[in-house]
Write a protein that binds this ligand. Structure first.
Ligand SMILES: *Cc1c(COP(=O)(O)O)cnc(C)c1O
Length: 405
């Protein structure tokens, strides 16, 4: 609301101070929205925006939320509610969709892993909750078993609780590693083809020994069925990113699993302080945004969407291939980041620039285009492209490739 309008409002509305404040905030929402809409904040700040032909990378802010999700966030921003009550009710809805006993919205898959781990370690003992990440002398267990092939940097999420990771390769090594200090057995879906022990056997051995299991499926939808597959399989907790293919808030994720673990994990979450999770806050906007993102994700026709992404990729592939010395392949990863992915390589006697140099040209062009790749190749996905951008990427790619002849 402009100052002039504000004065007019005040003269015709003789109400008490408190009421004026409430009235003004809603009356001015529309004009505030339009005055922000009139600004281009990215260019005001000199921040480069780009066409994302790379994928759901955190550094590139990963994904764009659907309009339904943004609307949920906008609605949430107008009201107060109790944080725990909202988590209870959103968690119950998400649990229904994911076949989990319980769910809670976390600040990303990473914090879902930390909080789920914390829940396993502490149970509902408030002294243990406060003690983390110190385990020594508390009676809490200290070891998490993981296959060597599943060891990635994101396991830091688990070790943040104070546990150490014990690596195994074979079933024999796994059975030998299990002892009275074993807190849990952790699995990484995206590298499940690398490990000798598969999901079902992992869960079965854990159950036979009374040990809880966890699984990281951060980037592993589609297929949409992965939202419930691992809960159905009997993993005690499952962690997924909200802001990758689910296109929820980038800062959100979901911890799903057994009721006792989720209940215990929440003791380490805001609004409670004095916990390792106090900094992993999610606000009501993200919680409702996450819910709506999942509801929309399960509604869409995933076969049609996969075909749509493939058509886009084929268009870009055809443009690249039309240039001499260019070789292309389309592959679709099966475990995570399941989307048609274009790989472009070159005959260096024909194409005189490196993949790296060409990617830089795409980045520095107008519009700027982000791709992935190494020194000698370019990688492109189409799932984060907006309407019409496949044509722009195809044309620009052809242009820079022709310029390298
Ligand atoms: C992206 C990713 C994470 C982290 O997820 P956030 O939602 O960004 O916290 C963890 N594990 C794997 C395998 C991932 O790909």
């Amino acid at each position: 609301m402009k100052r002039r309008d504000l004065l007019k409002y005040m003269t015709i509305t003789p109400v008490a101070g408190a009421a004026i404040v409430g009235g003004l905030s809603s009356a001015s929402a529309a004009s505030v929205a339009s005055s922000v809409a009139a600004r281009d904040l990215f260019s005001e700040l000199g921040v480069r925006t780009f066409i994302n032909a790379a994928g759901t990378y955190t550094a590139m802010t990963a994904s764009l939320m659907r309009p339904e999700t943004v609307e949920a966030i906008r609605q949430a921003s107008h009201k107060f509610c109790m944080l725990d009550e909202l988590q209870d009710k959103v968690g119950a809805r998400l649990a229904e969709i994911t076949h989990a006993e319980a769910c809670v919205v976390t600040s990303g898959a990473f914090s879902a892993l930390t909080l789920g781990m914390a829940g396993i370690l502490t149970g509902t003992d408030p002294n243990k909750v406060r003690a983390l990440p110190k385990l020594e002398g508390t009676g809490m267990k200290t070891e998490v078993i993981c296959q060597k092939a599943h060891a990635i940097g994101y396991n830091q999420a688990l070790t943040n609780t104070g546990v150490k990771i014990i690596m195994v390769e074979t079933v024999e090594e796994l059975k030998a590693a299990i002892n009275k200090n074993t807190a849990s057995m952790h699995f990484l879906h995206v590298q499940s083809d690398g490990g000798k022990i598969k999901h079902e056997e992992w869960v079965a051995i854990a159950k036979a020994n009374g040990i809880p299991t966890s699984i990281d499926i951060a980037a592993d939808v589609p297929p949409v069925s992965n939202l419930w597959r691992f809960n159905d399989m009997g993993f005690d907790f499952v962690a997924i990113s909200g802001g990758k293919a689910l296109r929820g808030p980038q800062s959100a994720g979901i911890l799903m699993g057994k009721k006792d673990i989720i209940k215990a994990a929440r003791l380490s979450m805001p609004p409670r302080g004095e916990t390792i999770g106090r900094g992993m806050k999610v606000n009501k906007e993200e919680i409702l945004g996450m819910l709506v993102a999942v509801e929309e994700f399960v509604k869409i026709d995933h076969d049609a969407e996969a075909l749509f992404f493939l058509k886009r990729i084929e268009r870009i592939k055809a443009a690249a291939e039309s240039v001499a010395g260019v070789k292309t392949t389309i592959t679709t990863p099966t475990l995570g980041n399941v989307t048609p992915t274009l790989g472009i390589t070159f005959d260096s006697s024909v194409i005189k620039k490196t993949g790296e140099a060409l990617r830089l040209e795409l980045r520095n062009g107008t519009p700027s285009i982000e791709t992935v790749g190494g020194k000698d190749n370019i990688g492109i996905t189409a799932w984060m492209l907006q309407e019409g951008e496949d044509k722009i990427v195809a044309a620009r790619l052809k242009e820079v490739l022709q310029g390298a002849l």
